[in-house]
Write a protein that binds this ligand. Structure first.
Ligand SMILES: Nc1ncnc2c1ncn2[C@@H]1O[C@H](COP(=O)(O)OP(=O)(O)OP(=O)(O)O)[C@@H](O)[C@H]1O
Ligand SMILES: [Mg+2]
Length: 135
């Protein structure tokens, strides 16, 4: 029982340190895992984008701390969980054409069927998205 409570059983999980250079590792992990799940090329692109945005947000929220990226298939959907150990929740911004930030959450919503967040009993939270396996 040494694993964190947020890690789903049977998931493929990558743990990274929250530094910006680690985001590319998370993207490569997402692509390789989704390919192994038999996702369509478009779904692999969507999943990489979701993981990229959620991981970047987690890195910004919890610099220097541990972040967990977990993927697992659920029938024709893929679940994506990104855990970070901070308690503040994501807050969608209102973005206009000139704004340079605030597009991560809208991108995740666009690429997924459902998305959300839940708090972990041991602290921190998981921001999650469910996306199509064959889009
Ligand atoms: N994991 C998280 N923990 C705490 N706050 C978060 C988390 N994810 C997002 N947020 C908050 O929600 C805001 C909106 O996130 P979003 O990804 O849409 O925009 P952004 O990260 O500010 O900019 P962009 O993603 O376009 O570079 C963030 O600025 C941050 O305040
Ligand atoms: Mg963001």
């Amino acid at each position: 029982m040494g694993q964190t409570v947020t890690e789903p059983i049977g998931a493929d999980t990558l743990t990274i340190n929250a530094v910006p250079e680690q985001a590319s590792k998370a993207r490569a992990f997402a692509r390789a895992t989704l390919r192994r799940y038999g996702c369509s090329p478009n779904s692999i692109d969507n999943g990489e984008l979701i993981v990229s945005e959620l991981t970047t947000n987690a890195i910004n929220a919890a610099p220097g701390q541990k972040i967990e990226i977990s993927l697992f298939p659920v029938g024709e959907l893929i679940a994506i969980y990104v855990y970070d150990p901070t308690d503040d929740l994501p807050k969608q911004k209102t973005v206009g054409p000139g704004d340079e930030t605030g597009r991560g959450i809208p991108i995740v919503k666009y690429c997924s069927r459902r998305s959300g967040v839940f708090k972990s009993v041991s602290g921190g939270k998981v921001v999650w998205a469910m996306m199509e396996r064959y889009s």
